[in-house]
Every structure is written in structure tokens, then in C-alpha cells.
Design a protein around this ligand. Sequence first.
Ligand SMILES: [Zn+2]
Ligand SMILES: [Zn+2]
Length: 451
Amino acid sequence: MQRGVGTEVQAHCRQPGEQQQRRPERFAAPLDGVETAAGALLGRAWAGVDTAPGAGLRASVGMSDIVLPGGASSGHSRGGVAASRSGHTDCGPAIRRVAGGVVRALCVRPGVKDSLSLVEMPEPPLEQGPVLVQGLSVGLCGTDVEIVSGAYGQAPPGHELLVLGHENLGRVSAAPSGCGLNPGDLVVGIVRRPDPVPCPACAAGEWDMCRNGRYTEHGIMGQDGFARERWRAQPDAVVTLDSSLERVGVLLEPTTIVAKAWEQIERIGARAFFDPHVAVVTGAGPVGLLAALLGVQRGLEVHVFDRVSDGPKPALVADLGAHYHSESLPDSGVQGDVLLECTGVPSVVLDTINCGALDAITCLTGVSTPGTNTPVDIGGVNRNEVLRNDVVFGSVNANRRHYQTAALALRQADQGWLGRLITRRVPLEDYQQAFARRDGDVKVVLELQGS
Ligand SMILES: [Zn+2]
Ligand SMILES: [Zn+2]
């Protein structure tokens, strides 16, 4: 899932520089369904901290020694685990833990600014699904930044913390026989899950078009995300990837966004004569670049617009066989038969709507920040839309069909080119570095294993 930015063209890879949180956090999600005795004991231990603030607490669990901090904050109504990682010198609490039974996870307290922290959690409970997945990597985007800022996000019901991470890649560790998945399979968890009713769209497998808004989204809304060492899922909640995509498969989820956009464009185009030649993409962030990739794969002449003239983006576009523009779309004179707006920047959105060819189809994928007053000649826009048979539509999220289309698109793409989109790979424990934006960042990925 992508949410846009409102401040610059490279909307889909916003990285915060300011949201830094060095102190380790206490895990306060429920321990319901915890499979380990250690977890249960830790739950009680944590409850003890709540009732005895100011006094450090030591609990002995089998081989492990757990030291919980004195003066722990209140509000942890459920059991939890204090966490500490090496490399963070101001980590107060320390854990020396038994092997197994805990999973490191990158969490936020939704609605609380700068609450990002690395937490040790109990193993994912079996009720979350029979497929056990070893997390390999998680990509970061503007949605994560928005959640870290406290502006967005929702923990699972009854939890205080939300595990972050929706752009994901993992490897199956265990799966029931006959479910179509085998240990070793490369998989991606589908981000959005159908609403519980379900509405007619969700019932038809099109949860990306949910009608009642009660859907959930891993790492975003009501479901823990994938920025953790292990997670569980139902067999139908993951898609398999070709084993050749291990280094770049984390790009699948953002690719699903544009796979859906292109599908919708083609379905709309099928309403009448449709023979597009020129595609315009605004924004050369990961989503824009992947939109351009799918345009090139369709044999179109693709023009990508972004405000920067240096860094890796111009070469990435050129090496795709597309055209890079750092001037504005109106100044370029390019008229797209198909336009994909991937910035959410209001002025760019307006340019995109206004710069289509006759019968143009414009897909908006960037989520703007509301509150910007941009003068618009609605009469002029309406006149153009009507007289040119234009279509302007929005597209968000993706269903299983789009994940499968995206998986095929990645497999057919140049793996070296895809790898260049991932400009930084950061170990999980260095998450703060991952969230500190650097010049030249396109896609920053957290590596979940081997750190
Ligand atoms: Zn994303
Ligand atoms: Zn629904």
C-alpha cells in the first residue's frame, strides 16, 4: 500500500529524519495464545512492574535472566516483555534470554509520535495461521513514515502496539501438507485482509474494493505487520514467488499497487477503442519506477517525470528504455494516452489531469495531504474532461490477482535493474538509520535475518 506525500514528487519513499527513538520499548500487546511458558511468566512479570513502579524487577525464567526496568511507564494493561538490543547504548533494560520463544519486532504505539522501537515478542500464536514464515525483509515507504509520525495506524484489537511493516518477503518454515506451500518457498504476505462481514466485494475476493471500510491491513490497520523475525499466516493469505526473486521480492507489494492500476486502466480502456502509445508517470519513487516498468513491459513509450535531475533516478528510467524528465509535464509538451500519477502532490495531480491526450485515462495512486488550497478552474477541467472523453480515477491497494500479476512482472523484469531500486539494506536493529532519509534513497529495506 502506498500513501503519498504532498511535498515532493518522490512521494512513495518518504523517509523521516526526525522520528528517532532510541529507547527500547516494552511489549504491551496481549499474551493471549502465547505458546511459551516463558512468555506467560514474562506477562506476569510485566504486570508486576506496573504495580511497582520505580523498582527494578528481575524474573528468572529457566535459563534466562530477565531484568525489567524500574520506573516503567504505566498503561501496560497486558503482559509484555522488556527488550534490549546491542548497539543502543541508552537501552535501559536488558534481557539475557533463553533460545527460542521470542521474536524481535519493530513496533509503534499507534497515534503516538516517535514511538518506534524494537521489541521482543512471544512467538506468533498458532491461531494466526498454520503457515510459519521466516521474515526476510521489509520495505519502508511513506505509509510507514506516516504511522511512525503518529498520524496513522491502528493496533490489533486489544493490543497497544502495532508491528510495523507491510512491504514484505519471507520464506516458509513450516506449512500443512497439501496446502500448496512447502518449507523453503519464497512468499509475500498479502497486506489487506477482507472485512469480517464480509461485504460483497470482499466476499468476491476483491478486498481492495471493500465496500464497508472494515478491512484490515497488516502493519497498518488492525493487524500486526511483517517487520518481525517470524510470522504466521493462513495459506491463502500469502502468494509464492519464484525462487530467483529472493533479493528483490520485497518489491512485490509496491508492484501490486501498479499492477492493479494498469489492470484498471486496461479495463477502463476496453469501454471503447483503446490503442495507447504514450504513457506518462509522475514521480520516480519506487511506485513510479515500477509503474514505468509495467508500462515498458506493455510496449508503451513511457515518460517519467520527477523534480530531481541527479541521483539514481534518471539512469534507472533510461536503463528501462523510458524517458526521464526533470521539467514539469506541461513544459515537456508530452501528452499521455495513459497517465499514472504517483506523487499525490496537488499541483502535479492537476498537471496530470490536464495533460492527457484525447480519450486519456489518468490513474491517481498518490494520497495527498489534505489542506492545501490549490486554485482550480473547475469549469475548464470539466470542459476538457467532457470534450476529451477523459477518465480520471483513483486506485489503492491490491487483491490476490494483482499480487500474482505483479509476481509475473517481477519475474519478467531485469533482476539487476530491480536490485538497483533497493538503494539501502539495513539490519533490523539499525532501524533508526533506515528511517533517516538520505539523498539518493529510492527504496530502503530492513533485513530481518542475520543481524
Ligand atoms: Zn508501502
Ligand atoms: Zn469488504
